[in-house]
Design a protein around this ligand. Sequence first.
Ligand SMILES: Nc1nc2c(ncn2[C@@H]2O[C@H](COP(=O)(O)OP(=O)(O)OP(=O)(O)O)[C@@H](O)[C@H]2O)c(=O)[nH]1
Length: 541
Amino acid sequence: QALKAELLLTEGELDGPPASAPVLASSHADSPDELAYLTMPRRDAGYWVRLTVDRDIQAGEGRVLVLRGARARGPVTYYPPGAAPRLINDAENGGPVLMRRGWVLPLPNGWTRGDVAYLRVGGNTAEAMSLRFSTVPEIARQERSDSRFMVAAFTALMLMALAMVGIWFAFRDLVYLFYGAYLSCAAVYLLLVSGDAAEMWGLSGIASGRLTVNWSVATLATIFQLGFSLRFLELPRLLPRLALMARTLQWANIVWLAVLLLLRERVHGFWYIGGNVLLLMGIPLMFVAAVMAWRRGAPYAGYYLLGWTPLLLFVGVLAAYPFGVGRAEWADRGLALAAVLESGVLALALSQHAANRHRLALLARQSGDRDPLTGTLNASALRLLLETWSAPGSLGLKRHGLLLLDLDAFGEVNARYGRAVGDALLQQALSRIRGVLRPDDTIARMDGDSFAVVAECERVDCELLGRRLADAFSQRPFRIDGHEIAVSASVGLAMAQRGEPVQALLDRAAQALLSARQAGRNTVGVAPAAVLPAEAEPEAG
Ligand SMILES: Nc1nc2c(ncn2[C@@H]2O[C@H](COP(=O)(O)OP(=O)(O)OP(=O)(O)O)[C@@H](O)[C@H]2O)c(=O)[nH]1
């Protein structure tokens, strides 16, 4: 059964289908599975679409046409072959609502070859639309299966959102709350666009104001997603410029959402174009940010990429659909599936994030060994933490480095300004070190003027961190009691290796620190890799 759809170019308002008109574009669907697909450029006068078939369709066959797209347009009038015209896509004026997979255009008297059907498509928006044949039982089957699928996706997302709120409650870090809020918005959005909300108790009211609500929920999801990404990828620290761009985009979304909420129907004709453009700008930005953060050692950026890439692709396809790129038929389901996959991966990452933090907090609290002057962990607490991480079977940090930092010529500060000033300097030194670290890094005061940092990073990034720590001291003098005191620091780095005893790791870091001091201070020394019994053989051979 071949269906032909032609986009006609007419002038002025007509009372009925044009007798003849130039054809702007045409599309064929040669088999029942194919779509006739038309992209419509913006045009004040709207369009007429002429539909023809190459074979007769009997009235009793139960065949119907399914129209998709044209979502943001004004009312569409349908002129069935051999029957009276009717208005569709007019939910806001009490007309029939969108089915999950489009509007059903019935063929009450069948379709005789040679008869012509028309669609009058109003509204001044650029949007693509598609047409295909189906049957009522087939649509019913599809609706049922879509419905089950969407409810499962909704439930999965909502459960994960609840878990995130729970984690936020325990740790009070906004990253979890943002993610939970994003998940709930995504779940509600999926339900709304799937069309199920209209039939659900409690949601039918929301669903009837459809466009404003759908778009607001989607925009809120974007706003929360950006907030989450900023924190999760540690953009302000790692990539300040990208962080600024993400914040700007977040604000643009907030402003655009306010426009929608204030003006509602009055902006429906064009609002979604701005919304989709913002979305299409955000996708590559977040992708680039994730790749760059990953390369700079953001510990969870790998999860982010794994989870988001498929979802961003589907969002991109859907956002580009009104502009005539891509076909949204398969993208709806793909979107739901990718959203569940994404939330699964990210929820896993965030719970690992939380578990790491929990273990640290617990250990630090249990150890109770704190340095009285600065209030941070002391040497024995740090040793306990290192022992726990290196114990076989522990969750452990992935790859981590131990950095020892020693202030250069600190004895002179004491001698020149007095011990009280020295104490104040040590306290300020701790905040300088903290300023360079991530929230998950661990810091301890070992003794006198030396500190230790344990950071989850690859060797290059740990070396960079070492340099940043030294720079934090050399680039700015301390100001204490009206004195300006310049103090540099030397840093020794040793990368932890599986199976290496904690004392050996500490010794290697101390050796690296010694070499840095011997190299003239204000430098970073890096310890050579440990030779472990299991690895000694291949090296010897
Ligand atoms: N104000 C103050 N000073 C301390 C404290 N604990 C240790 N110190 C002093 O810190 C200094 C540690 O000196 P070292 O690290 O051996 O040597 P340095 O003077 O820093 O010289 P470098 O060889 O460059 O490290 C000593 O002068 C100690 O008296 C403290 O709690 N408060």
